[in-house]
Ligand binder design. Sequence first.
Ligand code: NAI
Length: 411
Amino acid sequence: MSKIKDIKLSPSGEMKIKWVERNMPVLRGIGEDFKRIKPFAGMKVALSVHLEAKTAYLCRVMEMGGAEMYVTGSNPLSTQDDVAAALAAGGMNVFAEYGCSMERYEECLEEVLKVGPNIIIDDGGDLVHLIHTKYADLIPNVIGGCEETTTGINRLKIMSKAGELKFPMVMVNDADCKHMFDNRYGTGQSVWDGICRTTNLIVAGKYVVISGYGWCGKGVTLRAKGLGAKVIVTETDPVRALEAVMDGYEVMPMAEAAKIGDIFCTVTGGRDIITAEHYPLMKDGAILSNAGHFNIEVDMDALEKMAVEKYEARHNIQGYVMPDGRTLFTIAEGRLVNLAAADGHPAEIMDMSFAIQAMSAQFLAENRGKLKADVVAVPREIDEDVARRKLKAMGVEIDSLSREQAEYLGK
Ligand code: NAI
């Protein structure tokens, strides 16, 4: 059963899925393995991940492994209706619609939970939070879950500390083959894809302000520099701030950067990074965007309240006219710009992230009942397996340690 926008959109979604399949060789190989060993035979898997083509292909790979899939998105503005239609046309249970209300979004999360899943694949922690609050009676069915992103892991750690987490959750984001490539190079490229295609403006010569010099922030600044921007970083962690200075960027508080920036992008995983205190300081025409998981990094409520007029300046760009006549622009209402205003990370990057997801889900299935109800690290062997498969797919060979070298290094 599915609740989607329009099943007739499926041919365009199918084309997108075929394109990413071609560019996700590691996941393709895992799919072939899954077809043979069926690690999820008889299991229901609930998935809430940004519903675009790469995610759709992950769903198909899980299905090859025998899983009965129940799929929803993880943000109303990142769902692609044609992709959802293609999955539904193939018989998968899909509940997602682009641009739906937050109430509808939550109903869709509930639809995939109500079936009583055995494994949960989450992105940002909404499904896990909901099952612990509203559907606690279904928890005994759950073997465990996998969490895709930094924000979701932060939420899980808070639950774990409070003793509230009731099943094992594998921290996919913290695997090297995830955050070193997805957060850094994936976010780095796709954020600029989103900003450039939405604004159609030049980046070279502009002051670009990036908040957060974590894994994502490092990628977003690196690519801004490559596009010729004058890059400013804001941080709260002194070590990360020092790293940004040594990497050649200007570092300053937001109260200073607000006066200078032409384009802003927050990517901290925190909240209230650009607020009412900063709007009066900004230049006319400043463009505000966010790449952090939730749309709470740029204070949209404050902007709505302060503006004397709001208008659609271009598709996915909102103009807010301030009382003094300046206009500030936001992209995709402050939702994650690379997904709400572009197609998310490149397929070759998600090849690794979703390979980690699929193998972590297999790890959960194979270790049913053996793992603690806590956050669980991705086993090192999975990380190394994914890296080896990726290198092989890229045609890159590497040396291996001789026995003497291994002994010398204590390995
Ligand atoms: P991270 O933990 O590596 O880095 C976050 C950085 O932000 C830290 O250095 C922290 O000190 C800094 N920070 C926190 N509060 C701040 C503030 N008030 N002002 C300035 N800096 C501040 O996290 P990571 O992996 O870079 O993820 C950041 C966010 O991006 C998370 O919400 C994550 O879920 C999301 N994400 C988004 C992706 C996308 O496709 N748009 C992909 C991967 C992650």
